[in-house]
Design a protein around this ligand. Structure first.
Ligand code: ATP
Length: 265
């Protein structure tokens, strides 16, 4: 899916949380959205998924204005996972993931073999097959997040919008998820994920840095995660280096400008 935002502003009541954002995300692209708390990252995902109407500007999905696509059409194309995903009932994991297929069902009360296969694959991809019959209320934080990611995957979308998908996941699960994103992007799925861990974000090919609702920078990690860029956006002094094995940008956070916080030598 190709996603284009043209001078998009959006907010809540009179307060703007996104200001004149221009952004193009190509088919099969993997984009991490970074920025401090309240920068507008969730709001950006919400305008792309159609959950929030822009107050100005236009969002295009595959060349068509989002406002012209019905909610069902958008739901077929986009799998979105909220930062704190909620379910309306204490479903089992399998029931929840089946609900993810809803926009694709011809008859809302009937799953075909094709639908069941998509649900099975989604559960396998997040490693929850063994917990399919467990109720949501009995899951750990990370298992719960994986269940909601499976909901999005089961839809077989062409765009995935994930708000802090790595939160609550253990190290292995984070790396597996990153690997999964790359695989899906390789199949043409566009993946947009917000991420607070800048070292994880640095493994994405392109980053969009938001601050105060504005797009402050957009480009490869080497261009966005500079000492000056991080200082300006986050107010934190960092040391920037490269991972000797992968070449990925690595940040070491060593102090706030006041110098009161030290994790390094
Ligand atoms: P975080 O990293 O804390 O999740 P974020 O970058 O995702 O932050 P947003 O959730 O997009 O930020 O919020 C942007 C701004 O909009 C913030 O100032 C926030 O307080 C405000 N905001 C978000 N949701 C609402 C809402 N439903 N009603 C009013 N203001 C809101």
């Amino acid at each position: 899916m190709r996603i284009v935002l043209e001078r998009v502003s959006a907010g809540y009541g009179k307060d703007l949380a996104l200001r004149e954002v221009d952004l193009e995300i190509g088919e099969g692209e993997l984009l991490a959205v970074i920025g401090p708390n309240g920068a507008g990252k969730t709001t950006l995902l919400r305008v792309i998924s159609g959950a929030l109407q822009p107050s100005a500007g236009t969002v295009y999905l595959d060349g068509r204005p989002l406002s012209e696509l019905g909610p069902r059409e958008v739901a077929r194309r986009i799998g979105a996972v909220a930062q704190i995903p909620e379910a309306s009932f204490d479903f089992t994991v399998a029931e929840l993931v089946e609900l993810g297929r809803l926009p694709r069902l011809r008859f809302p009360d009937r799953l075909t073999e094709r639908d069941r296969a998509a649900v099975k694959r989604a559960l396998e991809l997040v490693g929850l097959t063994g917990l399919a019959e467990r109720r949501l209320s009995t899951l750990s934080g990370g298992e719960r997040r994986k269940a909601f990611i499976a909901v999005a995957l089961a839809r077989e979308p062409t765009g995935l919008l994930l708000d802090e998908p790595m939160a609550h996941l253990d190290l292995k699960a984070q790396l597996e998820l990153l690997f999964l994103f790359r695989e899906w992007a390789g199949e043409g799925v566009t993946v947009v994920a917000t991420c607070h861990d800048l070292n994880l974000a640095a493994t994405f090919p392109r980053l969009a840095l938001l601050g105060g609702g504005r797009l402050l920078a957009c480009g490869p990690p080497t261009e966005v995660l500079t000492r000056e860029g991080v200082r300006e956006a986050f107010g934190v002094e960092v040391e920037v280096s490269r991972d000797p094995l992968t070449g990925a940008v690595q940040l070491r956070y060593f102090r706030l400008p006041s110098g009161t916080f030290r994790t390094g030598p």
